[in-house]
Design a protein around this ligand. Structure first.
Ligand code: PLP
Length: 624
């Protein structure tokens, strides 16, 4: 079944089996291998890896690398394009060692390279890439040290490009390359005027903070010519933005880039490479629309569009076809990671027990509320809502003034909730409802408290209202009878998830199962492999989660290739410059003073010290 829209956003990598468990489906030749995620969670717990945890599936990452490279190879073959594709992975999208290592290792068969935006990332690229045919593309602002590292890499036979972001960099490149006697390979990042839709459209257009203007580009050409280095100018680079939802924007961006490419060829630059940056989207919503978190195209269409546009545009000017580079980050890594967590508690908005009858001498307003409750019908929903709100708020006011008792207030609150619940249940049958009634089900939704920090693990939900698919990873053949929003454990009002996409629409609540006594209730947030792991912060000092990387074998078993235990409290305290050893010592001194004062025994002191030590070196998240 397509519960939670899994077949829309899952790209065939995720589904639900007949036992009601969410599964990872790993493509394997012409078939697939299926692994219930709950089995991985159980295996993790046996290894002391508690929730929350990020689960990475190596096979999915490998499959994405193959998918992108093969889609480009097919588009090139079917169009008769006269050159090849070289992908590079932008390290900033997921800098974790195992991810980059896997891309470098598995990607070697496609000569998939790396994009570095800083010296630290260049150091990663220089040490991880083993394949000589893979490219290293250096973007970002480059100082002398950065440039020297890149030049040495060229000398070692690595195809490392400097992409100029500013004119200033060119002087250092020319000076250092002349001084070291090493020829650079240079690309120019241009500021396209083509604008794209979606959240990251500020990377494109005239106001983009990145890239050279047309005039600066010509200054680059003139300067290189003056230094007899025009043959080093080999690449045109552009990046329209990340998560481009509309394919038409991609076509127009590529077309504009071709015009620049052709212009540089006419100027006498060597050229040979065109780098179209990132932007290949991920359909987080599974709706195939041109909305921000979706996309109105598929991978094959993306590749065909790029190759055909290049070919048509360059052929008309008789320009030889360049090597095509893209820097897809999100589309490469998003699918391979998911965040898993357990639910710690639920707060519902069910009314407490209502009195059978209200005594005659009872509070007038409570009598009124009771009457409203009995009166609710499909035809008077708004009226009853208004009345209930009015009477309930009046009781609150009177309570403030000392004219209503604690028990009267509790009864009024319960009656109010009972009325709202009755109205909410009738809403689906109502023809037209006001915005406030429309909001009612979300206001009455349960709050499921999840053992995770949104700020650490899903920062884009907080920063840009990103939508990620969320669903339970088990109990999926039981009816989810509750409507919920999710809250994290940071106690921050922004630490919640209250927008979900399923059944082809955005909803403010997620159907979930009631907690039961049979064990933990686990949820997964999917497609979180891109940008989430390193943008996260230490809000409330919740640190990095546990992480495991599994490799699924042909027989459906899986190996734990990597496991990282998340930050301990001592780790996060030292990030904010506390010294855990000193803290332990200070606590010991306080305990010793308490012994001297006769407040605790020595045995109690030992117990307290042990508890303190266990917390200090334990997981920052909730432990059962
Ligand atoms: N290349 C550059 C220069 C970028 O700035 C980015 C991200 O914004 C990317 C590549 C990766 O983009 P995406 O993750 O959309 O593929």
């Amino acid at each position: 079944a397509n519960l939670y829209g899994v077949r829309d956003w899952g790209a065939d990598y995720f589904d639900i089996n007949s036992a009601g468990e969410a599964i990872i489906r790993v493509p394997n030749g012409s078939g697939t291998i299926e692994v219930p995620i709950i089995e991985v969670v159980e295996a993790m717990r046996l290894r002391g890896l508690e929730m929350p945890a990020v689960l990475r599936v190596e096979n999915l990452l490998d499959h994405r690398i193959s998918a992108i490279n093969e889609a480009f190879a097919n588009a090139i073959a079917s169009a008769g394009y006269n050159n090849e594709y070289r992908g590079v992975f932008p390290i900033k999208v997921n800098q974790q060692c195992h991810v980059v290592e896997e891309i470098a290792d598995y990607g070697a068969r496609y000569h998939h390279g790396l994009e570095a935006g800083s010296k630290a990332e260049l150091i990663i690229a220089l040490t991880q890439l083993k394949d000589r045919h893979s490219l290293i593309i250096c973007n970002g602002y480059k100082d002398q040290e950065f440039i020297e590292l890149g030049l040495y890499a060229r000398k070692m036979g690595i195809n490392c490009f400097f992409v100029l972001e500013t004119l200033g960099e060119l002087d250092i490149i020319i000076e250092r390359s002349e001084a070291l006697g090493i020829e650079p390979a240079i690309g120019a990042r241009i500021r396209l005027s083509s604008m794209v839709e979606g959240h990251w459209n500020e990377d494109s257009g005239d106001r983009s903070i990145f890239g050279l203007s047309t005039d600066s580009l010509l200054c680059v050409v003139d300067k290189l010519r003056a230094h007899n280095m025009l043959h080093c100018m080999q690449m045109l680079h552009c990046h329209l933005g990340s998560q481009i939802p509309n394919i038409r924007n991609i076509r127009s961006g590529v077309l504009e880039a071709c015009r620049y490419y052709t212009g540089l060829v006419a100027e006498g630059a060597a050229m040979g490479y065109i780098d179209l940056g990132g932007g290949l989207a991920v359909d987080y919503e599974g709706r195939r629309t041109n909305e921000t978190h979706s996309m109105n195209y598929g991978l094959n269409e993306y590749c065909a569009n790029i190759i055909e546009t290049l070919q048509e545009s360059l052929d008309s000017e008789d320009v030889p076809h360049p090597v095509v580079i893209t820097e897809s980050g999100r589309a490469l890594v998003a699918y391979s990671s998911m965040l898993l967590f357990n639910i710690l508690d639920v707060r519902d908005h069910k009314p407490g027990k209502l009195p059978e009858t209200i005594p005659d001498e009872g509070h007038d307003l409570i009598h009124n509320l009771r009457a409203v409750l009995d009166a609710v019908e499909l035809k008077n929903l708004q009226e009853c809502y208004n009345d209930a709100l009015y009477y309930r708020d009046e009781v609150r006011e009177q309570f403030h003034r000392g004219q209503a008792s604690l028990r009267e207030r509790a009864t009024a609150e319960n009656l109010g909730l009972a009325i709202f619940e009755k109205i909410s249940a009738l809403l689906p049958a109502a023809k037209r409802v006001s915005a406030e009634l429309d909001d009612l089900p979300a206001l009455l939704a349960d709050i499921y408290y999840g053992n995770f920090s949104l700020f650490q693990s899903l920062p884009d939900i907080w920063a840009i209202d990103q939508i990620f698919p969320v669903m339970p990873i088990h109990r999926l053949n039981e009816e989810p009878t509750r409507q919920a929003v999710l809250a994290d454990i940071t106690c921050d009002c922004d630490g919640k998830i209250d927008h979900f996409c399923y059944e082809g629409d955005i909803h403010r609540t997620l159907p979930l199962h009631p907690l039961n006594d049979e064990g933990e209730y686990y949820l997964g947030v999917f497609l979180v492999g891109a940008y989430q792991e390193t943008l996260g912060d230490l809000h409330n000092l919740f640190g990095d989660t546990n992480v495991v990387s599994v490799h699924v074998n042909e027989d459906g078993s899986f190996d734990f290739r990597r496991e990282f235990h998340g930050d301990s409290i001592a780790d996060v305290l030292s990030y904010v410059e506390y010294e855990p050893k000193n803290m332990l010592e200070q606590f010991r001194r306080n305990a010793e003073q308490a012994v001297r004062d006769g407040r605790i025994s020595v045995a109690m002191r030992q117990e307290m010290l042990q508890a303190f030590r266990a917390s200090l070196y334990g997981y920052t998240f909730f432990e059962r």
